[in-house]
Write a protein that binds this ligand. Structure first.
Ligand SMILES: CC(C)(COP(=O)(O)OP(=O)(O)OC[C@H]1O[C@@H](n2cnc3c(N)ncnc32)[C@H](O)[C@@H]1OP(=O)(O)O)[C@@H](O)C(=O)NCCC(=O)NCCS
Length: 158
């Protein structure tokens, strides 16, 4: 990988975004892929591009005070090269007035029957967000479905 470029996503990049999400079946179930596509239409999205194409994405919504990360992923072939960090930094830079950033992610004991969703695989996700300055705030039990709980993490931007 020679360099990473961060750009606001264009509509033709949805297929590449979904392809990256599909590479993480323990994280993104089929209904999640549909939700990513819907949020891509209505929210804001940024992509990381290498010389080989789209290698990561982040979809977010923002109001005057806070930024919510809705979905993000990095192509597993490019893990631990700083792309996730660059995506988060770029979104913070896009919203200079925001005082906080939040994200909801699955708890380690989350499961979803009939899918490959596996909360134990979110340990790396939790470590990533903590490395980005987020603090776990609370668990919303049964947030997405009876055994799929949300860990809410927050980062102050003040
Ligand atoms: C979480 C994710 C976006 C991280 O992307 P990435 O580009 O690999 O992360 P970075 O290289 O920027 O990591 C920055 C730091 O976060 C921490 N980190 C990232 N992944 C980690 C892991 N699996 N285990 C432990 N720490 C991790 C490290 O401190 C890392 O710095 P280091 O590599 O110098 O030690 C990526 O693993 C991913 O797409 N996961 C699946 C989808 C997901 O969890 N999305 C978020 C919820 S919607």
């Amino acid at each position: 990988m020679k360099s990473i470029e961060l750009r606001l996503a264009t509509p033709d990049q949805l297929a590449a975004i979904l392809s990256i999400a599909r590479a993480w079946p323990t994280h993104f179930v089929p209904a999640g892929l549909e939700a990513i596509a819907a949020d891509f239409e209505r929210a804001s999205a940024i992509v990381a591009k290498t010389d080989e194409g789209v290698s990561g994405f982040l979809i977010w919504s923002a109001d005057a005070e806070s930024i919510e990360i809705l979905w993000m992923a990095v192509d597993p072939r490019y893990s631990r090269k700083g792309i996730g960090r660059s995506l988060v930094d770029a979104v913070v830079a896009q919203s200079p007035g925001a005082s906080a950033m939040v994200v909801k992610t699955a708890t380690l004991d989350s499961r979803l029957a009939g899918t490959q969703l596996d909360g134990t695989d979110f340990e790396g996700t939790h470590r990533f967000f903590q490395a980005m300055g987020f603090t776990p705030m609370e668990v919303a039990q049964a947030h997405w479905s009876p055994h799929n709980h949300a860990l809410i993490l927050r980062r102050s931007l003040d």
